[in-house]
Structures are given as structure tokens and as C-alpha cells.
Design a binder for this molecule. Structure first.
Ligand code: SF4
Length: 333
């Protein structure tokens, strides 16, 4: 069975944008692949190095979110990056053979530094994070990595490094220690937040998977709509409305068409429309809350799942590192 690897930074609880994008995809991939999913806490530190106090709490939060949407620790290996020290050993070895120019030309290096100009990212860790990603992937000899188009350069870098390592230490560019990881192209849809911008924790416009019913409605009620609907009697255009964008994801076709017709003819008001969306969202979120409440009743369960998953991951990583040390011809006792 082909192996898939993917990780998520523990930077906060997960919202419905994550559910419709990466997370929903992860759940589906479990059907076809042997999946390794990890909490990327070292990666979070590459930009949040001065906010590390939240990492432990957010690690627990996102694993609860993972379990509530259906990631199954019986089928997939769920683990913590910083619990597998072999990632850092491989990173050191890869850093010896990776030209600096390869890292400096990764597009996200400049882009993220510009987006986060308020933060000093002129650090060794930030420049090297695509190399740590490479180590994360190849240490499990993953065949596939689910990525969006914007992350393709990272995967191309990983393949270049694999070819360089294999050729340098085994004389065989294609069949050495590491297989070349391939992409599983998965475009995350744009999911609007309550202010119409892309849903994001940093914009404070997100509906979280763990939000209570009351909280979901409090967020939906004032959500921005088509600005043309100033009065209840003004017709609107669903195509210009972020509320309708959410209907597209959550509301069955017949009900969605009824809402669109009601909007265009001013047959329904925006609050009626949001009530429909609320009901449909609740159909998805309520089972997640129930699962989460079950997890809350077993306070040690997340720790136990991560610990067992990390043991499994470590075994795999250790096997790879043994081959790596042999290939590099390090002295062995
Ligand atoms: S009726 Fe619904 S789709 Fe139309 S503007 Fe109001 S919230 Fe948006």
C-alpha cells in the first residue's frame, strides 16, 4: 500500500475552512493509503519561536479536532514531530549537502517574510524549514504528499535533495535510500469567513469545529451579505454573498436553489437565509461536538494516541536512519 505523509502546525483550533480543505482530504485518504499524519510543532516554531507557550495546548486541540472529524488512530499513524528526534538527525545530514541557493529560491521564503514583515524571520530555522519538511517526508519513505499548487516548489526541492543524497552516497540517483515523493494535488477551496475575507484565525472571522451552537449562530447572524440588500425588500445576488458561498459547501441542492431564488426575488430575508445555513452547518458540526465531548471525558486519550503513534513512527524513522548512517558511512560502534 502506498504511503502518504502530511503535517499540520499547532497554531490554533481548526475551523470549517480546514474541514473543507486539508482535513476532509486526510479523512478520505485513509481509505486508500497508509497515512502518517503529524503535529508539526517544530515547524510552528519557525515563525512562532517567541510564542511557544501555546504549542502544547494547541497540539491537544488539533488532535481532538482530527479525531472528531474521523481520523482513525487504528488506521493512520498520528504522531508528534518533536517526539521523533530522528527528523532532526536527518535534517543535519541533509543540511550538509543542500546548497544555500536551493533554499533561498523557494518562493515562500520571500513571500512569507514580506507577509510577516512585523516579525524577524531572518533566521536559520525559517530559511531551513523546507529542508526540515524534506526530512519529515523522506524519513518515512512516503510515496505521496497531499499539496496545493503553491507548495509544489517545496516538493520539487525534496525530490532534488533525494536525488543528490542518493547519488552522492549510493551512486544511484533513482534507486538509493529514499524514493522520490510525488504530489497528490489537492486544491483547498476558498472558504469565506464571517467578514467575507478568507476564513482565518488571524482575521478573527472563523467558525471553529468546536464552537457551540450558540456561538455558531452569534457568528452567522451578523455575517456580511450582498451589500445590495440594504432593506428586506431589496433583491440580492447570491453570487455576491459570502453566506451563499457557505451554502454551496453545506446545503443540499434543492434547498440551496430555494434560498437563491428567495434572495433574487426578495422572497426571503437574510436572517431566514442564515437560519437555513445554520441548520445545515449544525448537521455537520453536532456529531463532531459529540465526539469531542466523548474525548473530553477521557483526558489522557490524546496523549496516549500521540504516544502510541509516535512509537510507531519512531520505529519507521529509526529503520530509515540506520540505512542513512550506513550510506553516509558514519563510524558505527
Ligand atoms: S438572502 Fe442569503 S444569499 Fe441573499 S444576500 Fe441575504 S444572506 Fe446572502
Amino acid at each position: 500500500m502506498n504511503r502518504v505523509l502530511s503535517g499540520m502546525r499547532p497554531t490554533g483550533p481548526l475551523h470549517i475552512g480546514h474541514y473543507l480543505g486539508a482535513l476532509g482530504n486526510w479523512v478520505r485518504l485513509q481509505e486508500e493509503y497508509e497515512c502518517f499524519y503529524f503535529v508539526a510543532d517544530w515547524h510552528a516554531l519557525s515563525t512562532m519561536y517567541d510564542e511557544s507557550g501555546t504549542l502544547a495546548e494547541y497540539t491537544e486541540e488539533i488532535v481532538k479536532d482530527w479525531l472528531s472529524v474521523g481520523l482513525d488512530p487504528g488506521r493512520s499513524t498520528l504522531f508528534l514531530q518533536s517526539a521523533i528526534l530522528e527528523h532532526s538527525e536527518l535534517l543535519v545530514l541533509l543540511s550538509m549537502i543542500t546548497p544555500l541557493s536551493w533554499l533561498e529560491r523557494v518562493p515562500s521564503y520571500k513571500e512569507v517574510r514580506q507577509q510577516m514583515a512585523h516579525k524577524d524571520l531572518a533566521t536559520y530555522g525559517f530559511l531551513g524549514y523546507p529542508l526540515l519538511q524534506t526530512a519529515d517526508i523522506i524519513i518515512y519513505r512516503a510515496n505521496y504528499v497531499p499539496v496545493g499548487i503553491d507548495q509544489l516548489p517545496h516538493l520539487e526541492l525534496a525530490r532534488e535533495i533525494v536525488r543528490r543524497f542518493n547519488f552522492m552516497y549510493t551512486g544511484n540517483e533513482e534507486g538509493g535510500v529514499f524514493p522520490e515523493p510525488k504530489e497528490l494535488l489537492t486544491e483547498a477551496p476558498r472558504v469565506p469567513g464571517t467578514d467575507g475575507r478568507k476564513m482565518s484565525k488571524s482575521y478573527e472571522n472563523a467558525i471553529y469545529l468546536k464552537d457551540s451552537s450558540e456561538s455558531v449562530w452569534e457568528k452567522l447572524r451578523p455575517m456580511v451579505t450582498d451589500p445590495a440588500r440594504v432593506r428586506r425588500t431589496d433583491p440580492g445576488d447570491p453570487e455576491k454573498c459570502p453566506v451563499y458561498e457557505l451554502h454551496v459547501f453545506f446545503t443540499p441542492d434543492d434547498r440551496k436553489e430555494g434560498v437563491a431564488h428567495g434572495c433574487r426575488t426578495a422572497g426571503i430575508g437574510c436572517i431566514d437565509c442564515k437560519k437555513v445555513l445554520f441548520e445545515e452547518l449544525e448537521r455537520v458540526l453536532e456529531p463532531l461536538r459529540e465526539k469531542r465531548a466523548e474525548l473530553e471525558r477521557q483526558p489522557d486519550l490524546v496523549k496516549q494516541i500521540l504516544s502510541e503513534g509516535s512509537d510507531r513512527a519512531r520505529n519507521e524513522a529509526e529503520r530509515t536512519m540506520s540505512d542513512v548512517r550506513d550510506s553516509v558511512k558514519l563510524y558505527r560502534n
